[in-house]
Design a protein around this ligand. Structure first.
Ligand code: UD1
Length: 422
């Protein structure tokens, strides 16, 4: 079994190249199904979730080719199945984004319910209700969502909660519907905008992506095209926090500085002065200790829930006390116990975590519980005294490309080890 071994106490110093965004590439790969010809998606990060999505598209019958730069060409003209099976969906909840494209393009879909998830109930009712409003007949039975529609019809859809993949599913479905669809209270995440950009290039008529009202005028057909995925803002933020926590200097190269304002503002408050130079963002914390900050997570442009655990990690060694309020997911504090085992002072009160910085943390064997939790534990390991051994590395591999290589490139002492089961 693979584990990560991290020797704490080294200040990072160096550059790191930012990969394409996981949360953009997954819906974009699903959207290739909408085309009547092949699409080529580039700047694709080498991640376990991407491999899962490729397996899923392959299972549907799409033909995939990957070049040496990890650009993926998807030919949807060979699709001959509409089934997303449990074995794939259970390893990646985001598989649900094939639901909208399948119903819209092929008139049917059978997608496994994602099931329970470590960070909260995460239902998919908004996806289902939206498609029903567009005229799909949907049954949820035997753990599967079974949807049918001759041709979807445009509808006005008000989303009760802001849902990222919910908005994406409905926006994709609406591109081939008859008539106009209006999605109100839509997610404004940059990844929704990147998906819309790709769809528009395919021939879709979409207005308002990036605002909370998206209008889609359905068209008869979409054509495949080339698209370059936007940079990953969560990966960017994670590496910048690593620089701040270790009292180092980190330059994130090839990032998109326009989409992480809320994170940069908090890093500035912590005492780092992020400097933007084109597509690069640099923080220099040499000789300084961060100040604790308070955050409350919210849909974009609010503070991203996917950066909550990393900011908590920063607070554990900062000066002062910061309060973290998690508003997007219930039960997204699984990392707290592991952090406490490394000496962190964290008090939980409902959906708030009050964190008081310590002068020192101590290495311990820790267990990653989900993707972002695993990132935060690596950050803790970078500053803890001693060697931290992190179990369940597969979580980090779902969303961070070559994480140990990228951190080592900035001086971190971290390596992957094989441990025989006892
Ligand atoms: C996406 C991101 C994930 C991020 C999250 C919030 C992808 C692939 N994943 O997940 O990294 O943490 O946005 O920014 O883009 N909800 C419902 N009913 C629904 C759908 C959602 O009640 O039908 C609730 C969820 O339980 C949650 C909230 O809405 O409390 C937001 O979830 P949502 O935005 O849908 O998250 P995902 O799209 O799954």
């Amino acid at each position: 079994m693979e584990k990560l071994l991290i020797q704490g106490g080294v200040s990072l110093d160096g550059d790191v190249r930012i990969s394409g965004a996981k949360n953009a590439v997954l819906p974009i790969l699903a959207a290739t199904l909408l085309g009547s010809s092949p699409s080529k998606i580039s700047n694709v990060p080498h991640l376990r979730d991407v491999t899962t999505m490729m397996r899923l598209l392959g299972q549907l019958g799409a033909s995939l080719t990957v070049d040496e730069k990890m650009a993926i060409e998807v030919d949807p003209t060979t699709v001959d199945s509409c089934l997303a099976p449990y074995e794939l969906v259970r390893t990646m909840r985001a598989s649900i984004v094939v639901l909208g494209p399948l119903v819209a393009r092929f008139g049917e879909a059978e997608v496994s319910l994602p099931g329970g998830c470590a960070i909260g109930a995460r239902p998919v009712n908004l996806h289902i209700d939206g498609l029903k409003a567009m005229g799909a007949e949907i049954q949820v039975e035997e753990g599967y969502i079974r949807a049918r529609a001759k041709r979807l019809k445009g509808a006005r859809i008000f989303m009760d909660l802001v849902s990222v993949t919910g908005t994406e599913n409905l926006m994709m479905a609406a591109t081939l519907a008859e008539g106009t669809t209006v999605i109100e209270n839509a997610a404004r995440e940059p990844e929704v905008v990147d998906l819309a950009r790709y769809l528009i290039r395919m021939g879709a008529r979409i207005n308002g992506a990036g605002s909370d009202v998206i209008t889609i005028e359905g068209v008869e057909r979409l054509s495949g095209c080339a698209h370059r995925v936007l940079p990953d803002r969560i990966e960017t933020g994670t590496f910048l926090v690593a620089g701040v926590m270790t009292g180092g200097r980190v330059r994130a190269r090839g990032a998109d500085p326009t989409i992480i304002d809320s994170v940069l503002a908090k890093l500035a408050e912590a005492g780092a002065e992020p400097v933007i130079d084109g597509e690069d963002i640099e923080i220099d914390m040499r000789g300084k200790r961060p100040r604790a900050v308070s955050i409350h997570t919210a849909p974009y442009p609010g503070f991203p829930t996917d950066m909550q655990a990393q900011i908590m990690a920063m607070n554990t060694i900062a000066s002062g006390t910061g309060t973290i309020v998690e508003n997007v997911f219930e039960n997204r504090y699984m990392h707290v116990q592991e952090m406490q085992r490394m000496g962190a002072d964290i008090r939980l009160e409902g959906n708030a975590a009050i964190v008081t910085g310590k002068d020192r943390l101590y290495a311990a064997p820790v267990m990653a519980t989900d993707l972002r939790a695993s990132a935060s534990l690596i950050l803790m390991g970078l500053v803890a005294r001693g060697e931290t051994l992190m179990d369940r590395v597969y979580h980090i591999d779902r969303g961070y490309e070559r994480v140990e290589e990228k951190l080592s490139g900035m001086g971190a002492v971290i390596r992957r080890v094989q441990e025989m089961p006892t």
